[in-house]
Design a protein around this ligand. Structure first.
Ligand SMILES: C[S@@+](CC[C@H](N)C(=O)[O-])C[C@H]1O[C@@H](n2cnc3c(N)ncnc32)[C@H](O)[C@@H]1O
Length: 366
């Protein structure tokens, strides 16, 4: 294990091959683009610059595609206003890839002269940019990551949706506190009349599930548990480490997303709710890789790539790291895990498909 991995308490860091394995995120970006355009057109002119912030921007492609409609609409509506694009993420983000893409052929630097690009490095659970300066903030597939790594008795599962009793209540409280904190920080940063657009994975009521909700991605988190359990049974990792490992995330229902906005006095004063919805993704809602179902090898490869892109750092740091004696051993455990995962998807195909419900929250700063 490297020092960096040992020291990291963050829930995400160093997402792998992200641009190649984030088509589900890009789909939501495309879905929200007309809305972002419409919101910018409905705004009053900013005092000085028109500032766009993409929170939890990741390494590139999707962040660029998310800010483009805001830039284009700003040029249409406020032609002579200087534009600032701020990409915000944690220190471990792949900033070099991002900035290469900004000025590349599919980037936005060439859309107009003088677009200034900034990075704000830090956690979006803190204030990351100056007060009352942001005209539009976006946050795609990021706000579901909680503010801290969590270890508790999570026997039988690796994620929030299958937790029971006290464990679920503890993580629920952290998730509600984090969502409130995220919104309070944005209330400081967004100018009067500006907008916040959050698009992420959501959950819907479902009485057939043990906690009464069906959460996006339930198949893949259950697949991860099944595979890790076979490794515990084969003595490759300890059962104790698996039974206390949890992905630090929470996919809210519409009611959960709304709750703090109507109950917290500061948020109620700060924001007008423009939209809160959880809806099935308009395409591939029941299986993000359904196009490949006829070729089990490719289907498995796609799922392993997707899981690796968002989950590798968490799995390394918080599960397999404590079961390895050195970095070589850790790499072997990771390889074994992905081989077993590929085998599971190849043999069971869509039993562990990733379903997607989009949670969209749009708020106007009063
Ligand atoms: C799945 S990626 C999404 C990236 C991009 N928005 C997209 O749509 O492709 C999640 C991103 O959220 C970032 N993230 C997670 N927790 C964060 C936090 N507390 N503060 C800032 N960024 C965070 C991660 O570093 C990662 O880049």
């Amino acid at each position: 294990m490297t020092d960096k991995e040992k020291q990291s308490g963050k829930s995400t860091e160093g997402m792998l091959d992200y641009n190649e394995n984030s088509s589900a995120q890009l789909q939501l970006v495309r879905l929200l683009s007309p809305l972002v355009r419409e919101l910018v057109h409905s705004m009053d002119a900013p005092c000085a610059e028109f500032k766009i912030v993409d929170y939890g921007c990741g390494p590139g492609v999707n962040s660029i595609e998310m800010v483009k409609p805001a830039i284009e609409a700003c040029l249409e509506k406020f032609s002579d206003t200087p534009i600032v694009v701020c990409h915000s993420d944690q220190v471990g983000n792949d900033w070099n890839t991002l900035f290469e893409l900004v000025s590349g052929s599919d980037g936005y630097a060439h859309i107009a002269k003088g677009i200034r690009t900034e990075a704000a490095i830090g956690s979006f659970y803190d204030q990351v940019t100056s007060s009352e300066t942001v005209s539009i903030g976006t946050c795609i597939f990021a706000s579901h990551w909680l503010s801290q790594g969590i270890q508790l008795d999570s026997a039988g599962t690796v994620w929030f949706a299958d937790l029971l009793s006290d464990a679920r209540r503890i993580v629920d409280r952290i998730a509600q506190k984090d969502w409130t904190q995220f919104l309070l920080q944005r209330a400081l940063e967004i100018r009067a009349g500006g907008f916040l657009v959050v698009g992420t994975l959501g959950s819907v009521p479902d009485t057939s599930e043990k906690n009464g909700i069906a959460a996006s991605g339930r198949g893949i988190y259950r697949a991860i548990y099944v595979v890790a359990q076979t490794m515990a049974e084969d003595g490759l990792i300890s059962s104790e480490s698996l039974e206390s490992f949890l992905f630090s995330l929470w996919f809210m229902t519409e009611a959960e997303a709304r709750h703090t906005l109507v109950k917290n006095p500061e948020l109620k004063t700060a924001f007008e709710i423009y939209r809160i919805s959880v809806e099935p993704s308009p395409t591939k809602a029941s299986d993000i890789f359904e196009d490949h179902i006829q070729e089990p090898g490719t289907y498995a490869e796609k799922y392993v790539g997707y899981i690796r892109a968002f989950g590798d750092s968490t799995l390394r740091t918080h599960l397999f790291g404590s079961n390895s004696v050195n970095s070589e051993h850790l790499d072997q455990l990771m390889t074994e895990f992905y081989n077993r995962l590929a085998h599971l998807y190849e043999s069971e195909t869509n039993k562990y498909a990733c379903e997607v419900w989009h949670l969209v929250v749009v708020l106007r700063r009063k």
